[in-house]
Write a protein that binds this ligand. Structure first.
Ligand code: XMP
Length: 320
């Protein structure tokens, strides 16, 4: 049982001191490695890890082909400004190969997990001589995985999997007692800029969590373009999270006077404190209309745009 530290109860200075000591004690004079996606959790862990280990923490950005527009370059540039060198690793071919032909949500998550932890990280760990992977697992990830709702890509020990045995390295999870609101508070205390600690959450499986059915480079590109529109139009709402989802079913539409059996994008926008429960934002109809117009204009092949109005539960926030 992991003891929760709520955002209100979190004493950031003490938390940082305690975790820095733990990380330093565990790694000794060895090397650790961590994957930065640019999300709130991995960015916070990167700051914490560098506070503890300095240059003995090697930070990599795994380019899995599933990230949002401009994200790989943006994350590397931002952390360079914060004085942290991030190495980009191109693993696009490996991820798309692993996802080929998989439509089932849990199988998709498993394919990402295996590619990330066994193949890509296995190789990086071997090359670098690191024995520790530092990662930003939070309590909500553990809860949902243990409850069998979603296999979060980054949860192992609570499922009885020993990472040392399975992948050949130890995993350190300094944020595991926190939820998203606590991580934001900690990220701020560690010197992350607001554009990072206030960033909307983005899942580990990235855009593949937003493609229902088969994940291909083309379908990822479709959801990537729709995501850019949704993020641009909804960032001023202050909502907890917003996203575009590409559906598998096609529907009959019309374009230039002809039948067009086209694709469907679902928009979701969530009000939530900690992602455990959530309700759809009451967006004005004019905003919904603008979303439809701009998605249809910018994303070729889309003839239908819908807005999800079901709360979590029974919905979950991501579609996969
Ligand atoms: P769900 O879809 O489970 O999402 O209601 C709750 C929150 O968790 C994020 N999420 C993930 N984050 N790995 C992550 O790091 C995952 O596999 C994953 N799945 C969902 C989601 O974006 C939301 O904020």
């Amino acid at each position: 049982m992991i003891e929760e530290i709520t955002a209100q109860a979190l004493d950031t200075e003490k938390f940082i001191r305690d975790r820095v000591t733990e990380i330093t004690d565990a790694v000794g004079d060895g090397i650790a490695i961590n994957a930065l996606s640019g999300g709130v959790d991995s960015s916070t862990v990167t700051m914490l890890g560098h506070r503890a280990l300095g240059s003995r923490l090697r930070t990599v950005f795994i380019e899995n082909g599933l990230m949002r527009e401009g994200e790989p370059e943006g994350v590397v540039a931002l952390f360079r400004q914060l004085g942290i060198a991030v190495e980009a690793v191109d693993a696009r071919a490996e991820f798309f190969a692993a996802l080929r032909g998989i439509a089932d949500p849990e199988e998709k998550r498993e394919a990402i997990t295996q590619t990330f932890y066994r193949k890509v990280f296995g190789r990086l760990v071997k090359e670098s001589g690191a024995r520790f992977l530092l990662q930003g697992t939070i309590l909500t990830d553990v809860d949902e995985t243990v409850a069998g709702i979603k296999r979060q890509h980054n949860v192992f020990e609570q499922l009885g999997i020993d990472p040392q045995e399975a992948f050949g390295y130890h995993i350190l999870e300094p944020l595991i007692q926190l939820r998203k609101d606590g991580v934001r508070k900690l990220g701020k205390a560690l010197g992350l800029p607001a554009e990072v600690f206030d960033r909307i959450p983005f899942p580990g499986p990235a855009l593949s969590a937003r493609v229902i059915g088969a994940v291909t480079p083309e379908r990822i590109e479709t959801v990537r373009k729709a995501t850019a529109v949704v993020e641009r139009l909804l960032k001023s709402t202050g909502a907890f999270q917003f996203m575009a989802i590409l559906h598998e079913d096609r529907v009959t539409g019309m374009r230039d006077g002809k039948r067009d059996f086209g694709q469907q994008i679902e928009v979701r926008c969530w009000e939530s404190v900690d992602a455990r429960v959530a309700t759809p934002t009451r967006l004005p109809f004019t905003v919904l209309e603008q979303l439809a117009q701009e998605i249809i204009r910018d994303v070729s092949g889309v003839v239908s745009v819908t807005y999800n109005i079901a709360p979590k539960p029974p919905s979950t926030m991501e579609a996969v």
